[in-house]
Design a protein around this ligand. Structure first.
Ligand code: FAD
Length: 411
């Protein structure tokens, strides 16, 4: 990395995931000098570990990442890995980006740092063999190492379901997906009624026909409470893995490493049923607490924030064109809300179009290109294979309204 004394870059992108790489390609196509930085040793972001069944075939994230990286290289985009960005400050004319290998200046910065996992503590969670669900995904799909032979997932959310499928395909035996034990940390995540409601909200959006049918059936039965009584105690079979919404993990047990878990039955409202405890042998446990946007760098840069449960938590304020209220600072991908890689890619393309528009690089019809970019994001979102929360589009519209209100207060 060179120092800040050189001419500022047109565009510096933090994060070489689907959003960052897609933005780099569009920026470079319109003649911008683009640098992408990432702390992971190879570009691709979370896509490197993903594969999903789609219309009878498989969407393989690693292949998609390779395609994007090859396109970046062909267009002369510089990609620098194994360095972390820890500071972003504004001078009167451009941004200074501080990294573990020196600083860089840029006229525009796009923060595309993705998401992180919410920790889901449980008695025994420090034993070797306990890992986050994302770690199990990386071990299996990025490093091709099985996390164990026989495991359990604690936490029933969209990420847990998607990765359970990937683990099962890789030959790992999963004895089930259960809820965390009730308590202040687990909150609604430990309530069978709340979890069923949440999953039913997703069921109409989910890729699996089984989930879709399950969702429609339960919706037609009316309240989630009715459907809950119909749930078999041994669980619903989802992609060969029992989803046990009326069972909680009480503790993870073992001397030197994971040897077993203690499970117990739950009432509909999430109270543990005394006397129902039993021990089940496993050699690994994956904790699935959900995802939140990794947005600290936007805060460091001085960007205002808003909170939206549907988007995963605290979000840097931005408009539909991916602009923040700070001149030359843009966001794209999961930092703006938890969605799938395809949506992140569309957002990255749109962010780059916005930047090129501000720099007058879009040629004769800039408005048409921006409108096409906006339509692209909406269309990809509407048909996304995996949706993490219901109500995403509405929550996004509210953020855009708040952005407009914020801008009006500054005039
Ligand atoms: C554990 C986990 C598993 C997931 N699994 C799935 C799945 O199976 N299916 C699915 O559809 N979606 C999944 N997602 C959601 C996923 O985040 C999106 O699919 C997509 O990858 C988001 O793209 P992105 O470009 O916004 O971020 P990412 O793909 O997360 O890329 C962000 C990049 O930014 C880099 N970075 C972050 N901070 C810094 C910094 N300070 N300095 C330098 N580099 C930095 C990271 O190393 C990373 O490479 C998962 C997310 C997580 C966290």
């Amino acid at each position: 990395m060179t120092s800040t004394s050189h001419k500022p870059l047109d565009l510096l992108i933090v994060g070489a995931g689907p959003a960052g790489l897609s933005a780099a390609i569009v920026g470079a196509r319109y003649g911008l000098h683009v640098l992408v930085l990432d702390e992971f040793p190879e570009p691709g972001g979370r896509m490197l570990g993903q594969f999903h069944e789609e219309n009878g075939g498989w969407w393989v994230g690693k292949r998609e990442a390779e395609r994007l990286v090859a396109e970046c290289k062909a267009l002369g985009v510089d990609i620098c890995c194994s360095l972390s960005v820890y500071g972003i400050t504004r001078t009167d004319r451009h941004w200074i980006v501080r990294t573990t290998q020196g600083s860089k200046s840029a006229v525009n910065v796009l923060i595309a740092t993705g998401a992180a996992e919410i920790p889901c503590p449980c008695p025994g969670w420090t034993l070797p063999g306990v890992m986050s669900i994302g770690a199990a995904q990386v071990m299996t799909n990025v490093h091709y190492v099985k996390p164990g032979e026989r495991g359990l997932i604690i936490g029933a959310n969209m990420l847990a379901l998607a990765i359970a499928r990937e683990l099962a395909v890789s030959g790992v035996v999963l004895i089930g997906i259960v809820l965390p034990s009730p308590g202040p940390l687990a909150g609604a995540d430990a309530s069978p009624r709340q979890q069923l409601k949440r999953l039913l909200g997703l069921a109409s959006l989910a890729p699996s026909t089984l989930l879709r049918i399950g969702g429609k059936l339960a919706n037609s039965l009316g309240l989630a409470g009715v459907a809950l009584r119909l749930l078999p105690r041994k669980g619903l079979n989802i992609w060969g893995v029992p989803l046990q919404l009326r069972t909680a993990a009480v503790s993870i047990n073992g001397e030197q490493q994971v040897e077993s878990v203690t499970l117990a039955n739950l009432t509909h409202d999430g109270k543990m049923i005394t006397g129902s405890e039993r021990e089940v042998k496993v050699d690994f446990v994956a904790l699935a607490g959900g995802l939140y946007p990794l947005a600290e760098l936007a805060a460091v840069a001085g960007c205002p924030f808003d909170f939206a449960v549907e988007l995963g938590g605290h979000i840097p304020l931005h408009d539909e064109q991916m602009r923040t209220p700070l001149e030359g600072l843009y966001v794209a991908g999961n930092i703006t809300g938890i969605e799938s890689a395809q949506v992140a890619m569309a957002q990255g393309r749109l962010a780059a179009l916005s930047i090129c528009g501000e720099m007058n690089r879009l040629g004769e019809y800039p408005d048409k290109l921006l409108q096409d970019g906006l339509a692209d994001v909406r269309q990809v979102r509407a048909s996304a294979l995996i949706q993490f929360q219901p109500g995403i589009s509405l929550a996004r519209e509210q953020i855009y309204q708040k952005f407009r209100a914020f801008q009006e207060t500054r005039v």
